[in-house]
Design a binder for this molecule. Structure first.
Ligand code: NAP
Length: 337
């Protein structure tokens, strides 16, 4: 039985990782930690775990924790993970980092996150944890850079077309709408109920920190530089991201032909579902699940792809567990269906 730890256990993503792992057949949770005032059982912090998991949640002590885990999930804010991951890696433990700290090259990281990276030595060995594109590399990875929530749906909605060189590479526009848990649990006036409720707003228009991550991975898929237009929006919902993606076709294709291309591209990938012609996914189809659902429509020479995920599952904790399953040689879907 794999011994697993969660650092940042009291955040939204950490809580979600624990929720999946308590029902997972191949692992035992042995260590939990978070920045907390008082060390107490996780079932006192989250009563939903009463009778399921009464393990103590300690203040962070990565050296001590690394002695009692085989693999650790870091559900920490960016700029924090890069101080913690090297401790586990040095102790020869596998790390799945849910933050952005290992997703970008060091120069790009400095531009978008505003500080010098503190663990440059481990960036090159990090594997981007999007199993639908990097399954074979994830199998042998010791450090996973788990993808961001917006990039997961956006990349999955675009990759088949770039891989087939079937769109104009300069034409990609991503319009994404996210529920409020996407911003984490920490207090923030802009995220308070009366600011968000009955409202819809765009933010960080084409300057969100997930844009360079989307560009990096799509450029790898395309084999050439990709620069998307990306506008995120905040909607008054707890969970879920719906991305509407516009792409100009560079060859004549109809909706049925595009659906066939996407189904072929994701054949054998258990968590991507391509809808039939005339059907489009909604957030309620994927919420609390690890699926990314994609609907497609061609109109004139424009392809519109609608991709939906749950930000805390396929966009964070579910995908992290999917990566753990692949790394550990377990069934990729264990604990997730
Ligand atoms: N939310 C999402 O939908 C989503 C999706 C994809 C990726 N992610 C990424 O996952 C990570 C966690 O996100 P989240 O939404 O769970 O955030 P969150 O709710 O704010 O939780 C962050 C966790 O980290 C702990 N923490 C904060 N500063 C720390 C420090 N210096 N040392 C140790 N622990 C510290 C927090 O403890 P306290 O609360 O006690 O300070 C909390 O347990 C972030 O990097 C985020 O970008 C989130």
């Amino acid at each position: 039985m794999l011994k697993v730890g969660v650092v940042g256990a009291t955040g939204y993503a950490g809580e979600e990782v624990i929720k999946i792992l308590v029902r997972h057949k191949g692992v035992k949770i042995t260590e939990l930690s978070a920045v907390i005032d008082k060390e107490e059982p996780i079932s006192s912090i989250f009563p939903a775990f009463k009778g399921l998991l009464d393990l103590m949640c300690y203040k962070p002590d990565p050296e001590k924790m690394s002695g009692n885990v085989d693999i650790v999930f870091l559900a920490l804010p960016h700029k924090v993970s890069m101080n913690v991951a090297p401790v586990f890696l040095k102790a020869k433990k596998s790390v799945i980092d849910l933050s952005a700290d290992y997703r970008l090259d060091q120069d790009v990281y400095k531009i978008w996150y505003g500080i010098e990276h503190k663990d440059k030595g481990n960036i090159a060995s990090a594997v981007y944890g999007l199993p639908e594109l990097y399954h074979d590399r994830i199998k042998d990875a010791k450090l996973i850079a788990n993808p961001g929530c917006y990039p997961t749906g956006a990349i999955l909605g675009i990759a088949p077309m770039l891989s087939a060189k079937a769109i104009d590479k300069g034409s990609i526009i991503i319009d994404s709408k996210s529920g409020v848990t996407g911003a984490g649990r920490k207090p923030d006036l802009a995220l308070s109920f009366s600011e968000v409720n009955e409202n819809l707003k765009a933010y960080k228009v084409n300057e969100h920190q997930h844009k360079p991550e989307i560009n990096k991975i799509l450029s790898q898929v395309a084999g050439e530089n990709i620069d998307v237009i990306f506008t995120p929006h905040l909607i008054p919902m707890n969970r879920g991201i719906l991305s509407t993606i516009y792409m100009k076709l560079n060859k004549p294709l109809d909706t049925k032909g595009v659906i066939d291309m996407y189904r072929k591209f994701y054949s054998g990938r258990p968590f991507v579902r391509i809808y039939d012609e005339g059907k489009l996914p909604q957030i309620r189809d994927v919420v609390f699940s690890n699926y990314c659902d994609i609907g497609l429509k061609v109109t004139g020479n424009t392809l519109i792809a609608v991709a939906c995920i749950d930000n805390l599952k396929k966009g964070a904790a579910g995908q992290a567990v999917q990566n753990m399953n692949i790394m550990a040689g377990l069934d990729e879907t264990e604990g997730l269906i």
